[in-house]
Design a protein around this ligand. Structure first.
Ligand code: 6PG
Length: 251
């Protein structure tokens, strides 16, 4: 498996503008080809500036919001109004500022008392939208992902059960280090996306980014290495600080 060469941006500002361009181009192409653009958003802090940029006049008009369907790759087990909610982060930074029909926003119901029930409900949502059979992974046009400083992506954390899930598409994954469940898409969904865009920013991620991209395959330790087996196009877009330890980066 050839080593992945990320797109290295000189600054966080360049990272977000290039990411916004990539999202807009993918959206335009998806709607031209299939009449719809399906995107799964990531949580955390990295994508917030991207969401805010997509909500500006410069980008808002480039995305066909009426044909765009928004999903999430993972969610915390909290209500949608909670500060930790990935839905709330995207809602406040992007969705309230663009003309996307409410029916096109498909959130994971983190507020459910039973996380596993919320996961099963979302699997049904995905099956019904993508018209796939149980156990068949949905082909998102774009899977937007981040990476934690422990190498996790979505809520596929190191040494957790969801890393070995090959049949389900959404599960409730108990994360010991958080002492909490997270709702997350599973490895088959990472593999079935037409395009994956992974955004990584900041020096705190430099070491793990080098390990994820350059170390031998060890998914249990570095879950983001699952992307090496994706069937679609995987683009790592990183800023110079995050890229500072990569072997191809000038010292
Ligand atoms: C989440 C995200 C998660 C995130 C990484 C990076 O729910 O937290 O989906 O996978 O992308 O944890 O988070 P930061 O962008 O905050 O570093």
């Amino acid at each position: 498996m050839p080593m992945t060469t990320p797109i290295v941006c000189r600054s966080a500002e360049e990272l977000y503008s290039r990411a916004a361009d990539a999202v807009a181009v993918t959206a335009e192409r998806a709607v031209a080809a299939r009449g719809v653009f399906s995107v799964a958003l990531s949580g955390g802090t990295t994508p917030r500036s991207l969401y805010e940029l997509l909500a500006t006049d410069q980008y808002r008009s480039r995305i066909p919001w009426g044909n765009t369907h928004v999903f999430w790759g993972d969610e915390r087990c909290v209500p949608p109004t909670h500060p930790d909610s990935n839905y709330r982060a995207a809602h406040d930074a992007l969705l309230v500022h663009v003309p996307i029909p409410p029916a096109n926003v498909h959130r994971l119901r983190g507020e459910e008392d039973a996380p596993e029930a919320a996961a099963s409900e979302y699997e049904r949502t995905l099956r019904e939208f993508f018209l796939v059979e149980p156990g068949q992974a949905p082909p998102f046009d774009l899977l937007l992902l981040g990476m934690g400083d422990d190498g996790h992506t979505a809520s596929l954390f190191p040494h957790t059960d969801a890393l070995r899930e090959e049949r389900r598409t959404v599960v409730a994954n108990f994360v010991d280090k958080l002492a909490a469940y997270r709702l997350t898409i599973t490895p088959p969904v990472l593999r079935s996306a037409r395009e994956v865009l992974v955004l990584v920013s900041g020096g705190a991620k430099a070491r793990v980014l080098r390990d994820v991209l350059e170390s031998p395959l060890d998914v249990d330790t570095y879950p983001s290495q699952l992307l090496r087996t994706s069937g679609g196009t995987v683009t790592w877009m990183v800023d110079a600080e995050a890229a500072s330890l990569l072997s191809g980066t000038p010292g």
